[in-house]
Design a protein around this ligand. Sequence first.
Ligand SMILES: NC(=O)c1ccc[n+]([C@@H]2O[C@H](COP(=O)([O-])OP(=O)(O)OC[C@H]3O[C@@H](n4cnc5c(N)ncnc54)[C@H](O)[C@@H]3O)[C@@H](O)[C@H]2O)c1
Length: 265
Amino acid sequence: MQQNEQNDSQQKPLPTNDSVAVVTGAGGGIGRAASLKLSQAGFKIVAVDFNTITGEETVNLIRTQGGEGLFIQADVSKEEDVERYTKATIDTYGRIDVFFNNAGILQKFSLIENLDAVEFDRIMNVNVRGVFLGMNKVLKIMNAQGFGSIINTASTAGIRAEHSMSAYTASKHAVIGLTKAAAIEYVRKGIRVNAICPGGVDTALTQAVPMMMQESGYTPEEFPNMRIGRFAEPSEIAETVVFLASDKSSYMTGSIIAVDGGLTL
Ligand SMILES: NC(=O)c1ccc[n+]([C@@H]2O[C@H](COP(=O)([O-])OP(=O)(O)OC[C@H]3O[C@@H](n4cnc5c(N)ncnc54)[C@H](O)[C@@H]3O)[C@@H](O)[C@H]2O)c1
């Protein structure tokens, strides 16, 4: 191997007894399911959410199943909050092995010509700025460590367009762009950055979708059965997160993984 092809990674097999995973949106469907499965896999969990009640519930569930966890209330779109949750993680556990950069929100369904710029900014703030800020702080920590795995939650709307969801579609395409950009910048530094693209998952986020589709006057042909015949359980998405967090995915970086029951076929 040539000198310039060598990887200067100090990565150790994950998880070790000290391994720590930070999960944003940990109070909700996919984030909670991933927190529980990452905990079962051996990670200590720092659960971050806007919502204190549901975030603390997740940590209680982690403790009930014998794991260790800490809840930090934060808005991922606010830089001072992102500073706070990353600092609290380092102050408590001294490291971040895995970052599941997952918090996101769905837009009010609307044609572009009717989309309020305030609504556009609301979606971009959480889904793009939040994902950027998380990587901005966590990559600095992981780079100093010399190891880490980041998993960003995009969507099938990051791969294809969803009708009446232009801001959400643009935001999730941006998550994929940020994932690839981060992956290439850290490819020889022991840090892997991948994205998952769920299709329809049975969470609070999708509960309002049928009504919003009816109001918007457009229903995609694959709805309501999401092509495979059903929505995903959050735990089915979480399995892929655990895989990307672990060394079983050691040769994967910059990968954009659809977990969508064939939705994007
Ligand atoms: N459910 C689906 O069908 C689906 C499909 C594709 C992608 N996704 C993506 O998966 C991710 C998780 O979605 P979910 O379905 O679990 O939704 P959810 O609404 O069940 O959970 C999202 C969690 O994120 C938290 N959150 C929202 N805004 C926040 C903010 N600014 N700061 C901190 N926390 C915040 C919420 O309080 C909630 O606990 C999102 O990024 C979403 O876009 C979901």
